[in-house]
Design a protein around this ligand. Structure first.
Ligand code: 13P
Length: 286
């Protein structure tokens, strides 16, 4: 069933777990994520990031995400990830998305807060939820490995708990994406997360914290983040890698021909395995 982000985060808060938010770039991705969530009976978030517009446009995949969420046996939120323009938030809301992220993290505090406030009003008209961000996660979203020092999270960009409190009070958002040591994409060195900062931010804002850049974080670190107040975890790169690497292996073993319908099935199978493990870790099932 299609529900708001607030609804799934309330469920997560009650159980002190985190909900996995998986970026969608194909129908196979939706099948893998919903297949895993339904097998485990856990709520989940399907999200689309505009950076993937060239892979598959929002206009094409968005309505499919909403339709599949409506038909699902578990609570599913359909969320717009990293919307940096209010127009794209409006487009997603009109399509039936139940949550949007306004990402004004590169803007000065006041401008980010003012735009986020507008996003909250817009989403309110649709009964949808809003995530926003302060602090910077480092590295352009979803870029690949091999980008040198830029892959490191820069501590001076970490979210400040006091600023987070002021921002949350000003805007009325439902969840806040914070910077505490994760980056998007593949890590070049082991991430060092500031768990105490997560705790202090959560104490100061009183709403769920969102972790971006979930790929490459250890199961143990995920659990520590959740214990300190993270309730939504964004995860994509490792999901795509799991599907791609399995397809690579199967193609290498295949005979003369490879059929595309087999490729899509291999990808769903491997991505579903990855999501099953991830949801289990986020939900204290393993
Ligand atoms: P990863 O691709 O590093 O898992 O990050 C996903 C993300 O944070 C989407 O906003």
């Amino acid at each position: 069933m299609l529900v708001s982000m607030k609804a799934v985060l309330d469920l997560a808060d009650a159980k002190k777990i985190a909900v996995g938010a998986f970026n969608i770039t194909s129908l196979e991705g939706i099948q893998a994520v919903l297949g895993a969530a339904e097998e485990l009976g856990q709520p989940v978030i399907l999200q689309f990031a505009p950076v993937h517009e060239s892979v598959i446009p929002l206009k094409v995949i968005g309505p499919v995400m909403v339709m599949m969420a409506e038909k699902s046996s578990v609570p599913v939120c359909v969320h717009l990830d990293h919307g940096d323009k209010l127009e794209i938030l409006q487009e997603a809301l009109e399509m039936g998305f139940t949550s949007v992220m306004y990402d004004g993290s590169v803007l000065p505090f006041e401008e980010n807060a003012a735009n986020t406030k507008i996003a909250v009003e817009m989403a309110g008209n649709w009964g949808a939820s809003v995530e926003a961000e302060i602090g910077a996660m480092g590295r352009q979203e979803f870029s690949s490995v091999g980008e040198g020092e830029e892959g490191e999270a820069v501590e001076s960009c970490y979210t400040d708990p006091e600023q987070a409190r002021a921002f949350t009070a000003l805007t009325g958002i439902d969840a806040l994406a914070c910077s505490f040591g994760t980056v998007h994409g593949l890590y070049l060195t082991t991430p060092k997360l500031d768990f105490d900062r997560i705790h202090r931010i959560r104490e100061s804002i009183g709403i769920p914290i969102v972790m971006h850049g979930g790929s490459g974080v250890s199961d143990e670190d995920f659990k520590k983040c959740i214990a300190n107040g993270v309730r939504k975890i964004n995860y994509y790169t490792y999901l795509a890698k799991a599907g791609g690497m399995y397809v690579k292996e199967k193609c290498a073993d295949a005979g003369e021909y490879v059929f595309f319908h087999d490729v899509t099935q291999w990808a769903v199978q491997a991505m579903k395995e990855d999501v099953l493990h991830t949801i289990k870790v986020f939900s204290h099932l393993e």
